[in-house]
Write a protein that binds this ligand. Structure first.
Ligand SMILES: [Zn+2]
Ligand SMILES: [Zn+2]
Length: 277
């Protein structure tokens, strides 16, 4: 448990935004739209509260889970298909997988984080908003967080628009109230588009079994391969379904549970194209 991770302005800001959006959506917008006592009002507030709880849970798991520490006993396997390639001499492969800062070998897909000051297993990126690296052990929680945050933002946007449309502005509308609704609508739409784009990006990465770092490394590798007249394929991209199960788990229902990580192994060995061919 790393409670000191919570001591950061971005984390405090995320809690503030979550609380603000929840209060506005449930206690102002739903109340004003159909009333919290009606069946439509209680159903919408129940759905939104569930989404908010799942968001907070995913956020806490993302912040508190160690993203992946390299085992001190780790020694690279030079014959490992995911480690070496036919073109690279083994000595060079080993050198390229050695972290000078940690003075230790790095397993495949591991990268050194300058903020965390250590190597992180299957590192995706260092996320300011969770004040933690997104790595092997908390990537699923991070994905669940953006999934629930996107659905919640879209739900809230629909409520703002429905509320705005049903009002008879000729009689009940005052200028400050109109500005309030407009500001809420714009804020929720901006959140929906931003989080939706991030969600789309990570769905792309998961279906290709790639991390953000590997995506950019892949662009360079593909360019180098093209120059040599070869083709490049990401070595961990096995098949769409298998890629998804490797990250989210084999049980479809558990894909949506941020604490369900029993499918994760050691974060050191990963199946590659060579294993399946
Ligand atoms: Zn390192
Ligand atoms: Zn980091």
């Amino acid at each position: 448990m790393k409670l000191k991770n919570f001591l950061s302005i971005p984390i405090f800001s995320v809690f503030l935004v979550m609380g603000f959006v929840y209060y506005i959506t449930v206690f102002i917008l739903i109340e004003d739209w159909v009333g919290l006592q009606t069946s439509a009002g209680s159903l919408n507030s129940m759905i939104f509260t569930t989404l908010a709880c799942l968001c907070v849970l995913s956020f806490l798991v993302g912040v508190l889970t160690d993203p992946g520490r390299v085992p001190s006993s780790y020694i690279p396997d030079v014959e490992d298909a995911s480690f070496a390639s036919d073109q690279e001499p083994k000595k060079n492969v080993l050198q390229s997988k050695y972290c000078d800062k940690c003075a230790a070998y790095k397993p495949p897909r591991t990268h050194h984080c300058r903020v965390c000051k250590r190597c992180i297993l299957r590192m995706d990126h260092h996320c300011l908003w969770i004040n933690n690296c997104v790595g092997y052990w908390n990537y699923k929680a991070f994905f669940n967080l953006i999934l629930y945050a996107t659905i919640g933002s879209i739900h809230s946007s629909v409520i703002v628009i429905s509320c705005f449309r049903q009002k008879d502005w000729n009689y009940s509308g005052t200028t400050p109230l109109k500005i309030f609704y407009l500001a809420c609508g714009l804020m929720m739409l901006a959140l929906s588009v931003t989080l939706g784009t991030l969600l789309g990006w990570h769905i792309y990465l998961i279906t290709h079994n790639m991390t953000t770092i590997e995506y950019y490394e892949g662009i360079r590798a593909a360019w180098l391969a093209k120059k040599s007249g070869l083709s490049y394929r990401h070595p961990f991209d096995i098949s769409v379904y298998k890629n998804i199960t490797l990250v989210l788990g084999p049980n479809t229902l558990r894909w949506f549970c941020p604490t369900s990580t029993s499918h994760l192994k050691d974060g050191v060995n990963f199946p590659t194209l060579r294993d399946t061919s």
